[in-house]
Design a protein around this ligand. Sequence first.
Ligand SMILES: [Cu+2]
Length: 323
Amino acid sequence: MSLLTLGACSADTGALDPRGPAAAETAGHWWLLFWLGLAVYVAVMALLLYAIMRARRQEDPDSSPPIDDRALFTVGGLAIPLLILAIVLGDSVRTGQSVIDPPDKPGVTIEVIGHMFWWEVRYPDHDVVTANEIHIPVGVPVELRLTSADVIHSFWVPQLAGKRDLNPGKENVAWIQADEEDVYWGQCAEFCGVQHALMGKLVIAQPEDEFEQWIADRQDPASEPADEILQAGMDVYFQAGCAMCHGIDGITDPDPPAGSPGPDLTHIGSRMTIASAIEDNTYGNLTAWIVDPHQIKPGVRMPPTDLDAQELDALVEFLLSLE
Ligand SMILES: [Cu+2]
């Protein structure tokens, strides 16, 4: 597995380095809990120290003036904890509300369908299908419609928003917004099987015009390969059974419907990563993946292949030509 892809993201990918409104609210709540917890800890430790010193200083502890038990109980045991709990409850209700509703009308709607162990990504208003790399325009709320094709998964891009489950047969709606252009790393956050830990994704936040261009490029179907090697690669693609699980718009017909077994490969050549964002999309990685994906993600739902070097080369060239 290569961590090179993570190099493309910002160094800190955690929830405490928020880059969107929902994540900022959540981080704010986290800091409130942290500072309150720290204050209570320091106060309790100070009292403990005070008690120890006081007992040591006196030869006969019973001679010291009695502590006013009632005041200690009402203030320290009741009033202060109630106040702290009220603050925490109030802020957690407020945070909960603000992460549920987007600040504005969503700019784009994206359907995300969880699979063992990758993410199907569809832009229903634009007729675009892709996988694992979710492009969004920067600065606008993006509506996510989340479902699953098999077991429960959970959508989590820590710098943009909290987690939200993808359930089979029931749609959950969530929203994300990125305030800065960047590539944000995400992970499946609900244990879904052997390769759960390698079920990553990238959210690529781009300026509006670049995003529109990306969408427009993705709407073009692939065209029949012109050159001989690519043509041979396409033949291998069909002979090796890849088309049973993977659609290539314009080449495999009919295009597989939502929930199909493998990621759409119409524009695989232009993706940065493969295998749900865990490897860079290079000739070498792609070749190794096709030879035996189980070397990279044991238990993955794609079979190994038995192609000779020439067939493999043509197949990989063909896939990389699909931009
Ligand atoms: Cu999962």
